[in-house]
Structure formats: structure tokens, C-alpha cells
Design a protein around this ligand. Structure first.
Ligand code: AR6
Length: 188
């Protein structure tokens, strides 16, 4: 089941960028790009990465093999193949090692890289999972704060953003609650 809750909007003249919170599966989202929580190899894995590769079909792995991997805190773009989304942005977040190994900066950097690519391709809508919050063990409340704060800053700093919708896609209630808190905290 998918619950949509329009939780926030940022006035990025001349258009509004709307932030939406969704409980559901990112592979089903009809947007310009879905974001993958990938690893440095970009050759697939479990979690949301596995789900995206399964839904996209073998063409995605073939293209990923040409990319030469991706550094932590960066992102790379591919086509979406059999997904409803036109593109996949493969972002690599940090593995949680207790919080004193630069994880917060790396996570913010991964989100910034996503927004740079979205801006370059003049995307109107993107869907993001909770990068690093599964296998990589990042505490969800801290990660949600970083995701929301960085997304807001990226949208606000771009004077010509085409982004009209930023979807935070939460796979379970705990993730949803963390994003809900983070989105509400930043509201004035
Ligand atoms: N839609 C939306 N969110 C999902 C979905 C889905 N279909 N499936 C899982 N999630 P994870 P990471 C959520 O582990 O922590 C892979 O093996 C999940 O509940 O996918 O960045 C990669 O290849 C969690 O909240 O990514 C890397 O090796 C969030 O997505 C490694 O895992 C991220 O969990 C990356 O680990």
C-alpha cells in the first residue's frame, strides 16, 4: 500500500518544489529518476539495489559494468530500462562505523551528487530511498535529518531548478516516522 502525504513545499521561484513522503516500493515510482543505494562496484547487491536491478532487467547491469564503479559520497547516472522511471541515479552512501569516520559528510555528499545530476538533466521529479540505512547500518533518525536538510539546501541553492517533486520513499514504518519527524522539524 502506498500512502502519499504532501508534507512540505519550498518556493523555488518561479515554481514550487514539493517534498512528498511515501510508504512503498521505489521501483514502482513514476518519476524522471529513482535513486539507488548502491555500493562502490555498481554491480548490484541486496536491498533496494537488488530490487532495482530485478525490476530494470539485465540492461541495467550491462550499463553499470561500463561505469568503472563509483566513490563513496558520489553518484552516477544510467537509463531506467524496464522501470517506469527514465533514469536511475546510483548513489553510494557510507557504511556506518560509529559516526566519527566522516559518515555524515559522506552521506550529505551522496545526496548532493544526486541533486547535481538531477539538475544537469533538468529532471522534474526524483524518488529517493533512505541511502545507507539498510545493510550499511546508518541510524535512521540521523540519516533522515541529513537527507531532508541536504535536499532542501540543494533545491534552495539552485536558482533554476526544474524539480517539482522530491519523493522520499520509505520501505517501512520506522523509516517513514523518521522522515516525517525530519520534515516537520525543519518547517517554519
Ligand atoms: N523501495 C524503497 N526502499 C527500499 C526498498 C525498495 N524496494 N528495498 C529496500 N529499501 P539498503 P544501504 C530500503 O540495504 O544501507 C546493497 O547490497 C531499506 O529498507 O538497500 O545503502 C548495495 O549493493 C533501507 O531503508 O542500502 C550495497 O552493497 C534503504 O532502502 C548496500 O546494500 C537502504 O537499504 C547498500 O546499503
Amino acid at each position: 500500500m502506498i500512502y502519499t502525504n504532501n508534507v512540505d513545499a519550498i518556493n523555488t521561484r518561479p515554481k514550487m518544489t514539493q517534498f512528498q513522503l511515501i510508504l512503498g516500493d521505489i521501483t514502482k515510482q513514476v518519476v524522471d529518476a529513482i535513486v539507488n543505494a548502491a555500493n562502490n562496484s555498481l554491480l548490484g547487491g541486496g536491498g533496494v539495489d537488488g530490487a532495482i536491478h530485478r525490476a530494470a532487467g539485465p540492461g541495467l547491469l550491462k550499463e553499470c559494468r561500463q561505469l568503472g564503479g563509483c566513490e563513496t559520497g558520489s553518484a552516477k547516472l544510467t537509463a531506467g530500462y524496464q522501470l517506469p522511471a527514465r533514469y536511475v541515479i546510483h548513489a553510494v552512501g557510507p557504511i556506518w562505523r560509529g559516526g566519527n569516520q566522516g559518515e555524515a559528510k559522506q552521506l550529505a555528499s551522496a545526496y548532493q551528487a544526486v541533486f547535481r545530476l538531477a539538475h544537469e538533466k533538468q529532471m522534474q521529479s526524483i524518488a529517493l530511498p533512505a541511502i545507507s540505512c539498510g545493510v550499511y547500518g546508518y541510524p535512521i533518525n540521523q540519516a533522515a535529518e541529513i537527507a531532508v536538510k541536504t535536499a532542501r539546501a540543494c533545491v534552495l541553492s539552485s536558482t533554476q531548478t526544474c524539480l517539482q517533486a522530491v519523493l522520499f520513499v520509505c520501505f517501512n514504518d520506522e523509516v517513514y516516522a523518521a522522515y516525517n519527524t525530519a520534515l516537520n522539524r525543519g518547517k517554519k
